[in-house]
Design a protein around this ligand. Sequence first.
Ligand SMILES: Cc1cc2nc3c(=O)[nH]c(=O)nc-3n(C[C@H](O)[C@H](O)[C@H](O)COP(=O)(O)OP(=O)(O)OC[C@H]3O[C@@H](n4cnc5c(N)ncnc54)[C@H](O)[C@@H]3O)c2cc1C
Length: 300
Amino acid sequence: MSIFNKSVSIFIDKVPPGAIAPFAKRYIAGPELTDAIELTKKLNSQGAMTTIDVLGEFVNTKEETIYYRNLAIKVLEAIDKNKLDANLSLKLTQMGLKLSKALCLDNIEKIFEKAKELGIFVRIDMEDSTCTDDTLEIYRNYRDKYNIGTVLQAYMRRTIDDINKLSDGRLNFRLCKGIYDEPREIAYKDKEIIRSNYIWCLEELLIKKAYVGIATHDEYLVFHAERLLKKYGYKRDEYEFQMLLGVDEQLRSIIINRGHRLRVYVPFGKDWLPYSIRRLKENPNIMKSAIEGYIKKYQR
Ligand SMILES: Cc1cc2nc3c(=O)[nH]c(=O)nc-3n(C[C@H](O)[C@H](O)[C@H](O)COP(=O)(O)OP(=O)(O)OC[C@H]3O[C@@H](n4cnc5c(N)ncnc54)[C@H](O)[C@@H]3O)c2cc1C
């Protein structure tokens, strides 16, 4: 990572929201549910499916969790009403996991019930390592009753064991590298090891006939995924690729044109800041090229 990129990653937390907003726009549908719906219509017409995420992670009260639970239910109703090729992504902390597990379970059960009634799939996002045990346990406890899946992170040393522990039932996972800053004791730090572990975990999942959402923008991993899907005779509707909104649209088209199904992660909402900071830390080059653009403009 260049010195500029490192500096952006370190100082971005201190930048005022107003200054981040112009760079953040590309990653977010907009503040309202209608923004996510309109964008999904557009992406559906381009051959991509979506998963809609309500932004907002740091809830402090029961009332806030209920607000987000009701909004998630509105997302499901809007997907159904507009006949969209879309599903819902859900964060357990937003449902109150850190406030009270009972509250969280009550909230997600209401969402799962609505999703079941409407025939819509729900994916539980994976957050930082303080949530991993609870997330996998909740997935295990609800996977037979509802059409749900969760997420595995290839940077976690435990992931290959988690796959084996969970393989006594239905397996539906999004596999990603992982975005949180975890300690070396529990997470790989080396990019090449994370890649190798991604391929190892993906192969293990395919051997176990899991449905996998192959979530990456790393073309090296896309290459290996195609190789493994062929090796294990996977048919088109037995897996999907997944990408984040605003990231490498050219790769998105390449994957779709090669005949794969692809889902775009579409976040919306007023609480866009933490999500955007994570995305910008992942790619400080976006801020770099914008700053270079400003400099050029003022040099003219
Ligand atoms: C659909 C989806 C859902 C996800 N859900 C979760 C989750 O539940 N939990 C979790 O921990 N993580 C999640 N992630 C994030 C994931 O863990 C990675 O942090 C992220 O995908 C970057 O890893 P990568 O495989 O794309 O590889 P990288 O090596 O990080 O990226 C490959 C290339 O993609 C481009 N790129 C990557 N990120 C950006 C960006 N932000 N802006 C512009 N270009 C970029 C760059 O060109 C980069 O060289 C999700 C990712 C996706 C695609």
